[in-house]
Design a protein around this ligand. Structure first.
Ligand SMILES: [Fe+2]
Length: 275
């Protein structure tokens, strides 16, 4: 299992990677404060989470990975599920939106990468657990889905959607210099009550509602609850490339991303490590 294979990381000096003076991962009081902020806002940004040198190393790595990124522009509904024949094609339930960003996968990122050192680090995981209210966090069982770097070039975007998972952890490597904004509206649907928030969702997609923006600088860590918050990354508007790491965890061990989702997002299907 991936966590135990990285257990030597407990020896690592995580202070070389993360700015622990500001982000006091070891401090229970600090963790509880971040937990309260996340609960209140549905989003938490830990600015300048990475130390300068770690950020610089990650930026070089991400830039080199761009040549190997998989781009597969595709349409989807905001609910990321197949159309429902009970509604017509133009209904917000079935409306098709285009997403065009690309990515590289976990097996394309070196074990020595800053991203993987942080992702597997027991202190980082334990702080995340407290902030997110999770008992334990597990990597994906498949070889592709745990750590990804997402790329959006001029005109590319991640269109409006709700997440299936209850939380997302991302690390901004390099924001676009124009466009590429993370935009969202909280509490639009109540997925667990079966309330899909159709009208409120339509108003957002059609630009009739005020939306919020998160300002994310290079080296910022972001925790976001996207199950009931509609969100997107707007199109990049210049020749910069937005580069963002996604650190994906599960609450249970042994979970793989579905083969369909792997094929769609990565263009291939990864291997599954024995339990
Ligand atoms: Fe999302």
């Amino acid at each position: 299992m991936a966590i135990s294979s990285h257990s030597s990381l407990t020896e690592n000096n995580v202070a070389e990677l993360i700015c622990l003076q500001t982000h006091r991962l070891n401090d229970t009081g600090w963790r509880m404060k971040q937990k309260a902020l996340l609960a209140e806002n549905g989003a938490l940004v830990l600015s300048n989470f990475l130390n300068k040198q770690a950020l610089s190393s990650l930026q070089k790595e991400a830039q080199a990975g761009l040549a190997d990124a998989y781009f597969n522009p595709q349409t989807h509904t905001v609910y990321l599920s197949k159309p429902d024949p009970d509604y017509d094609e133009s209904h917000i339930r079935n409306r098709q939106l285009l997403s065009s960003k690309g990515c590289i996968c976990d097996d394309q990122i070196a074990d020595s990468s800053v991203l993987k050192q942080i992702y597997h680090h027991p202190l980082f995981q334990s702080a995340l657990c407290d902030i997110l209210g999770e008992e334990k966090l597990y990597p994906y069982a498949d070889s592709l889905s745990s750590v990804n770097i997402h790329y959006a070039r001029k005109g590319e975007e991640l269109n409006w959607h709700y997440d299936n998972s209850s939380f997302a952890v991302t690390l901004m490597i390099s924001p676009a210099t124009k466009g590429g904004h993370f935009e969202y509206v909280q509490n639009v649907r109540k997925a667990d009550d079966g309330d899909m928030g159709f009208e409120a969702t339509r108003q957002i997609i059609d630009g009739e509602t005020e939306i919020q923006r998160l300002s994310l600088g290079a080296g910022d860590l972001c925790l976001f609850r996207g199950r009931n918050a509609l969100h997107r990354v707007s199109p990049v508007e210049d020749n910069s490339t937005r580069q963002l790491a996604v650190l994906a965890y599960n609450s249970e061990p042994g979970i793989s991303l579905s083969s369909t989702a792997q094929q769609t997002f990565y263009g291939r299907i990864g291997s599954v490590a024995p339990a």
